[in-house]
Design a protein around this ligand. Structure first.
Ligand SMILES: [Zn+2]
Length: 319
């Protein structure tokens, strides 16, 4: 076993997950773990990380350790990414589904004896990526559980997971952490204080998303997007060419930024001369956001052209 290169670092729960972590350990120690656990919460706050940390804790052979110990055989297999009793089910691509065949493979593996003699753990993330038939294939494992077998389901939109699955899981909900806790963690991890507040605001208080923003060009991109929106408003840029500039970028994210921008405009400096057309435009943005989220096949160039043209009209229409 090559442990020096390509090792996977074991996951630790995040500071705001401490309470839940203790509860897990208690349930484990008291032999009160259910067969299915669903960890539900928005993406960007580390729900996956908690699920991973717990699956590793279960597969660690050290009895009294609070976290996976990192030195037993189980941990070494985990770090090498080859633990035979851990199954991870994820979509092959972001936004794609978890297919029934992979669920069937999983249930077949769970039906067998644990190769390392301990727990068998399956991590399904996100659970809403399973379609109806995938869910049905999983039900049997939840209905006729084997001993020392745990299914951990991560969900960012639990309402999209069928009730038949949810009702067979113990559901633990995670919320966006307290701002101060998130801030402190982010400063420690990012090693700098600059941009932390801005990133957290941009990420709606979700620390891992904020970190992602800090490590990418998002802040700069948002600034550019807002400039572009300003330029359309001032008549310095045509909606057509603006749409051309943004059509290849992430629509979801830009629609979010546009909503924030509008919100600032409405609550901020323009309060004295509120234009009712701004509210109507806000409705249109929400609608566009709905389309984008529903995964409908809209042409981004056309969508942005339409939005930008309406945006221009807001400032050209007679009050
Ligand atoms: Zn261990």
């Amino acid at each position: 076993m090559d442990l020096d290169s390509d090792q996977i670092a074991l996951a630790l729960p995040l500071p705001w997950q401490e309470q839940l972590w203790q509860r897990f350990n208690q349930r484990l120690e008291q032999g009160r773990l259910p067969h299915g656990v669903m960890l539900s919460g928005p993406s960007g706050i580390g729900v996956e990380r908690l699920a991973t940390a717990f699956s590793q804790r279960l597969l660690c052979n050290a009895e009294m350790s609070k976290y996976a110990c990192g030195s037993c055989k189980g941990c070494k297999l985990l770090m090498a990414g080859t633990h035979p009793d851990l199954s991870i089910l994820e979509p092959a691509d972001v936004g794609k589904g978890i297919l029934i065949d992979s669920v069937r493979n999983l249930t077949a593996r769970l039906g067998k004896t644990a190769q390392q003699g301990g727990w068998k753990v399956a991590l399904i993330s996100p659970a809403e990526a399973m379609n109806e038939s995938s869910c049905n294939a999983l039900l049997k494992s939840l209905e006729e559980p084997q001993s020392k077998t745990l299914l951990i389901l991560v969900s960012h939109r639990a309402s999209l997971v069928p009730a038949t699955i949810r009702s067979r899981c113990q559901i633990d909900h995670l919320s966006v952490p307290d701002l101060q806790v998130a801030r402190q963690w982010l400063i420690e991890v990012a090693g700098e204080q600059q941009a932390v507040d801005q990133s957290l605001e941009l990420a709606g208080g979700k620390p891992l998303l904020a970190l992602e923003y800090m490590q990418s060009d998002s802040i700069e991109q948002r600034h550019m997007f807002e400039q572009l929106v300003d330029n359309i408003r001032l008549g310095d840029l045509s909606p057509m060419s603006a749409a051309q500039q943004v059509q290849k970028l992430n629509s979801d994210q830009m629609l979010d930024w546009f909503m924030h921008y509008l919100h600032r405009l409405v609550t901020g400096e323009m309060q004295n001369s509120l234009n009712p057309a701004l509210f109507e435009f806000g409705d249109q943005l929400r609608k566009a956001r709905g389309w984008a989220l529903s995964g409908s096949n809209i042409n981004p160039q056309l969508m942005w052209e339409g939005l930008f043209m309406d945006w221009l009209k807001v400032f050209r229409s007679p009050r």
